[in-house]
Each structure stands twice: as C-alpha cells, then as structure tokens.
Design a protein around this ligand. Structure first.
Ligand SMILES: *Cc1c(COP(=O)(O)O)cnc(C)c1O
Length: 388
C-alpha cells in the first residue's frame, strides 16, 4: 500500500492556538532522538526546568512539562490536589472553567461553582464569599479564558486564599509568556500551561509547577492519586534529582520546548509582555475603526486573544473559511453559548507582530466588504496606534 507524502500548507495561525512556531523550534524538533535517560537528554531536562522556572517566575523545585497538552496539565493539577468528597471552589467564566468543573466532578470531589457571565471576569467578592461559606481549601481559576478573551485578575483571589491557608490552582495556558503570571509573587499553589499558545511551541507538553504547600497537601492525601500517569509524587522521581524512569518523555518535544523557552528568555519576559500588549492594542484600534464590536471591556481584555462580535447578518463560518482559503489565515470561532457569535483572534508568541496585525486587518476588511458589510478602514487606525 502506498499513501502519498503529507505536505501540510504553511498557515498563519491567528486562532486560539496552536500559535506560529519559529523555524528554530522546528529545527530543534528534528534533532536526533535520544534515550530518555541519556546524559545528554538529562542535561536538556535540566535546561527546560531552569527556563520554566524563569517563565513561571518561581523558585519551585517541582517544575516540569507534563507529557500531554494543556488539558493534561489541568488534569495533573486537579488529580493531585483533590481528594474524593473534598469541597473545591471553581471559578467559571468560560469553557475552560467548565472543563475544570467537569474534571473535579469525575475525580469525585465536590466542586462549588462561582460563575460569571461569559465575557466578564469573576467577581472577586463572590469567590471570597464562596470560600468562606465552604470547607474548601482549594480554589481554581482560569487566568486567561481563551473562550472569551477575558483576563482574570489573580492578585485579590490569591491574597484571600493565602489568608485562609488555601491552595490556588491557576490555569495559565493562554497567559504564560504573554502576560505576567508571577507564581511566587502571587503565592500560587499549582500553575499549569500549554506549549502551543504564548510559548509558540507545537502542542504536546504542559508546563506545570507545584509550590511546597501544594506538595505537602499531596503527601498528606488519605487516598492515592487516582491517575497513575499524572501522579506528581511518581513523576517527581523522574524530573527530580533521581532521574529514575517513570514514562518515556516525549524526547523531541522537549528539545522543541527548550528552544521555544530559550527564545522567550532571549527576548526577556518584560519585553515579551510589552510586545503582546502593543500588538493587541493596535489590533483593537483597527477593529474599532472598522466599526466592529469587541466582546470584552477594554480593562479586562487579554493581549493574547481578542474576541470580536460577529456583525448582524454575517455568517461566522463563511468569513473564517474565506480567511483560510484566500489569505491562509486561521482564526477561531466561538465555543458553547458564544458559538456563531464571536471570532477569536490570537496574537500569541511568535504570532504577535505588527505585520500580522496589519495583514489580518486588511484581510478581514476585504472579506467583510465582499460579504456586504460596510466597514471602515482598520489598517490606518492600527498604524496610528503604533505611533505612525
Ligand atoms: C487551550 C486551553 C486549555 C487546553 O489545552 P489543550 O492543549 O487544548 O489540551 C486549557 N485551558 C485554557 C485556558 C486553554 O486556552
């Protein structure tokens, strides 16, 4: 049997992830595969851990990439920290908060929902009240809700959780590398991310970090962690000083993550945040000048992902298909209650550039005009936002 070689096209990935991957990272991926206990690979693991501590802004010893995508990071956080029948507060302001709730339920915990309208952040007082009314010690929150484009402020929630000696689990899948996360600054208990969003690596690894108090809670469990593969006390023996076999790490993906993190470190976290902010603001200026409406109020917007309301009478899927076919540009549609109602435009990692902002605005303008929408020009407003 012969099947033709696979030649995927080069797309401009401006959706909710995966984000564009730099050639340097692709070259790292193609290096020779080593054994998972080869001393050269062990050195690569050490580098990945150093670099991850830098991007998470933490000194946590137990910091490593989970072998799996962002959802595996979520599962690792919840499966280790939650015990059966344990109450846990889950902030839900979008699709990924719902996913946390679903996982906590399957783990046999008793999740307590604190909800906000999709497109708005959680009410911090409501989170505090729920915590005070319950016996929960663990609080879960999504920092960057990729389904809505909302940035959830972490600081006030982190403060209350710390005052009650609780443990905060933060989903930073779409913020790490694009927004400040500050694991140690905020006293976050467990924080996880994904390789393919603002870190600009292919999908497949989920960076995660555990504080000492989070690990202490894992050690005191009455029941074993229900998921063998994601049990941090076992994985720790591989990613810790013992370097003892647990599972075969995805070797080449770790080369790629190392290279993607090297790029983050070369640019510097602060400069990277500013770049994401600058390009997002120019995009917003352009979209608003076109007469489009953004879902999220300015002060709560993510820099890594912008959500646009689909104008009245416009067919969501047709516009996205034309962007893909005519311009090779991928953007995302809405999830859950926002399906068909919004577009999701990611400017993540290597994708967050001035060139991409201007190209996307002109492409969208061209498609919308031909779909019968009367819209203004976004490009010149964006250029102006950059200072000319
Ligand atoms: C993408 C994403 C996830 C899930 O990551 P996968 O890599 O798709 O498994 C979880 N949380 C948030 C906020 C995300 O954006």
């Amino acid at each position: 049997m012969t099947i033709a070689e696979f030649h995927p096209p080069h797309r401009l990935l401006l959706g909710p992830g995966p984000s564009p991957v730099e050639d340097r990272v692709m070259r790292a991926l193609a290096a020779p595969t080593l054994g998972h206990l080869d001393p050269v690979f062990l050195a690569c693991m050490t580098d990945v851990q150093h670099l991850l501590r830098y991007v998470f802004e933490t000194q946590n010893r137990v910091t490593f990439p989970v072998s799996g995508t962002g959802s595996a990071g979520m599962e690792a956080a919840l499966a280790n920290l939650l015990e059966p029948d344990e109450e846990v507060i889950i902030g839900i302001h979008g699709f990924f908060g719902e996913r946390m709730y679903e996982m906590a339920t399957r783990l046999g915990a008793r999740p307590i929902r604190v909800e906000a309208e999709w497109g708005r952040p959680l009410d911090e007082q409501a989170m505090k009240a729920a915590l005070d009314r319950s016996r929960a010690r663990v609080v879960c929150v999504v920092h960057a809700e990729t389904s809505t484009g909302v940035l959830q402020p972490i600081e006030p929630i982190a403060r209350w959780v710390a005052e009650r000696e609780g443990i905060l689990i933060v989903d930073a899948v779409t913020s790490l590398g694009g927004h400040p996360v500050g694991v140690d600054r905020h006293g976050i208990g467990v924080c996880y991310s994904g390789s393919q969003k603002a870190l600009s690596c292919p999908p497949g690894l989920a960076p995660i970090t555990f504080s000492e108090s989070a690990l202490e809670k894992v050690r005191r469990r009455k029941t074993p962690v229900p998921n063998w593969y994601l049990d941090v006390s076992l994985i720790e023996r591989y990613w810790g000083s013992e370097r003892c076999y647990h599972h075969t790490a995805p070797i080449n993906m770790n080369y790629a993550l190392r290279e993607a993190l090297r790029i983050v470190a070369e640019e510097g976290l602060e400069a990277r945040w500013r770049r994401h902010e600058r390009n997002a603001r120019a995009l917003w200026a352009g979209l608003e000048a076109m007469g489009l409406e953004l879902l999220v109020p300015r002060e709560h917007r993510l820099w890594t992902l912008t959500t646009i309301r689909v104008p009245e009478g416009v067919e969501d899927g047709r516009v996205r298909a034309r962007l893909l076919e005519e311009f090779n540009i991928e953007i995302g549609g809405g999830l859950g209650p926002l399906r068909g109602k919004i577009w999701r435009v990611g400017l993540m990692g290597a994708g967050s550039t001035r060139g991409n902002v201007l190209l996307f605005l002109s492409a969208l303008e061209s498609v919308l005009r031909r779909e019968g929408v009367r819209c203004g020009s976004g490009v010149s407003a964006a250029v102006e936002a950059y200072g000319g």
